[in-house]
Ligand binder design. Structure first.
Ligand code: NAD
Length: 547
């Protein structure tokens, strides 16, 4: 079971207040005094605004409005007005603005990275590779692919009664799309999902996490500079209640966040019968077989379990290693992870592991590690939190002697912790990899790529990489989405934009069609017998052959 509560389920909706830039913060002291819930960042205060902290320093970096239901209604109305001319611009016109935004991202790269680092506490490189690069690529990708993925399609059919008729499928934007995002990737996972929605011709209201709203506000400003018409993209800052209110107003909801909140979002969308796409939690396994390149497997495991301080939905969260290479793999991984620098990011190359963005996440990490120790696990490196620079950190941690009775092997830890388990053989590894409520990603290491692919097919996960991990996420041509409790629907690939569209199928009958077709009224025995013989001729041959 997913044990985490929604990030800020207790936030109350305040009266709408104007959003303020980070620079407009009232200062640490005054803002902190106003808080009415907890001490962490992203909390609602008495004025209906949200105080945002830098998790690496504890400093307040700004406040944003907590948008209430009435203001959201006005935003939705404006969004709907703006959507029609935006759709009318066509792929060409919209693509031009998206391509301008791609250049804007590169021209403003340092400003964007700084904003992300400040509100998440992640390292410069984590913001650069997994956020900036993603967004830059995504703008160009969707500008180019939208016309292709959403082109009107002609189809042919084996259905005899439509022979000679034109059969078509077309995609129209749904109208107003709501995007709700998490705190771990404010650019990639919050703003990133707006790009295909906009490319398809929708207006979007983005509700970022209250812990990391400034990246979304900056991107909205950038989009305006690039010529995006007013109100086509609006940012509704706020917490859980703003998110819940948004679902009541939009034509489709794209949600990224925890499985627990995802269920609530699906229920709310279901009550309104609007489509929702859900990208949720994970517990991704890595399987290392006896014939693997152990050094490569160890590097991949170390990087993709600790990158972004383990706060990636598709982080490697558990390892299963075949007995013959177990000791060597553990030694190499522990050495690599033990040598990582953790702490406050001070620019490029300063640390490998940054802060824990979401305050309660530290409790989850601590609890999982302690639970494992209590049940007999050994910590080889790390295992402690660090608060030295005023921020929230957890040491890069490797745990062995683990099993599936432990939370660290079953529940999403979402921190810099890698538990490693010895397995008898590939069969046991596959069984354990699948013994999870989650099914987001997985990876398999073996020198026999064909065997790796066979194993991949048996793993119940939305993406499986052989001799690699996570990189599939950056390949926008590949669909990305979870199985089981990891989600519904996909981002990327054709499905990643078609979900933002209503589909229309058309049968077009030419002018020269007969006045009455043979299957129509009145029924006549002779026609029915004739049609029966025709159907047998068409569809009965397969059976005859099989006999
Ligand atoms: P969360 O579920 O607590 O919050 C996500 C968003 O939902 C926030 O913006 C929040 O304000 C909003 N929200 C909360 N309650 C809501 C409600 N009742 N109705 C509408 N909106 C509501 O998740 P989080 O802690 O911000 O993010 C971390 C989680 O996100 C992890 O589980 C991680 O695995 C997952 N995640 C998944 C992917 C993916 O692609 N599958 C990517 C990134 C993060």
């Amino acid at each position: 079971m997913d044990t985490r509560e929604s990030s800020e389920g207790d936030l109350r909706a305040g009266a709408p207040a104007s959003a303020t830039a980070p620079e407009a913060s009232g200062g640490a002291g005054s803002v902190a005094q106003e808080q009415v819930w907890g001490q962490g960042g992203g909390q609602s205060d008495a004025e209906g605004s949200i105080t945002v902290e830098n998790p690496a320093t504890g400093e307040v970096i700004g406040t944003v409005a907590e948008i209430g239901a009435q203001e959201l209604e006005r935003m939705a109305e404006r969004g709907r007005q703006a959507q029609r001319p935006w759709e009318a611009l066509g792929f060409e016109g919209r693509g031009e603005i998206l391509r301008r935004a791609q250049r804007w991202v590169m021209d403003n790269s340092e400003r964007i990275i700084e904003t992300i680092v400040r509100e998440t506490g992640k390292t410069y490189e984590d913001a650069q590779f997994a956020e900036l690069l993603y967004a830059a690529n995504a703008f160009g990708f969707w500008a180019k692919k939208a016309p292709k993925y959403l082109a009107e399609e002609r189809v042919s059919s084996s259905q005899i009664l439509v022979k000679g008729k034109k059969l078509e499928i077309s995609y129209r934007p749904r109208g107003l799309v709501g995007v709700i995002g998490p705190w771990n990737y404010p650019l990639t996972n919050s703003f990133g999902d707006c790009i295909p929605a906009l490319a398809a011709g929708n207006a979007v209201i983005l509700k970022p996490s209250p812990f990391t709203p400034f990246t979304s506000l900056l991107m909205a400003e950038g989009m305006r500079e690039c010529g995006l018409p007013e109100d086509v993209l609006q940012v509704a800052t706020g917490g859980a209640q703003t998110g819940a209110a948004l679902i009541e107003l939009v034509d489709m909801i794209m949600f990224t966040g925890s499985t627990r909140t995802g269920r609530k979002v699906a229920q709310a969308a279901g009550a309104r019968l609007i489509p929702c796409s859900l990208e949720l939690g994970g517990k991704d396994p890595i399987i290392v077989l006896a014939d693997a390149d152990v050094e490569r497997a160890a590097n991949v495991a170390a990087y993709y379990s600790m990158q972004n301080a383990g706060q990636t939905c598709i982080s490697i969260e558990r390892a299963y290693v075949e007995a013959p290479v177990y000791d060597e793999f553990v030694r190499r991984v522990a050495e690599k992870i033990g040598s990582l620098r953790v702490g406050r990011p001070e620019g490029p190359g300063s640390v490998e592991v940054g802060a824990i963005t979401f305050p309660p996440q530290l409790d989850v990490i601590r609890e999982h590690v302690q639970d494992a120790i209590d049940k007999g696990a050994r910590v080889l490196t790390g295992g402690h939190e660090r608060t030295d620079s005023g921020g929230r950190f957890y040491e890069p941690t490797v745990i062995v002697d683990v099993d599936h009775t432990m939370k660290v092997m079953r529940e999403e830890t979402f921190g810099p912790v890698l538990p490693i388990m010895k397995v008898r053989d590939a069969e046991e590894a596959i069984h354990l990899a699948n013994e999870s409520i989650y099914g987001l990603g997985a990876s398999v290491f073996t020198r026999d790529a064909r065997r790796g692919e066979e194993i991949a097919r048996r793993i119940d996960a939305g993406a499986v990489d052989v001799n690699d991990a996570l990189i599939n996420y950056t390949v926008l041509e590949l669909p990305m989405g979870g199985h089981k409790c990891s989600g519904l629907g996909q981002r990327h690939g054709p499905a990643g934009i078609r979900k933002y569209c209503s589909v229309q199928s058309r049968v077009v009958t030419a002018r020269l069609a007969p006045k009455r077709e043979p299957h129509m009224f009145p029924y006549k025995a002779s026609t029915s017998r004739l049609l029966g013989r025709l159907f047998k001729l068409l569809y009965g041959r397969g059976r005859a052959k099989a006999r």
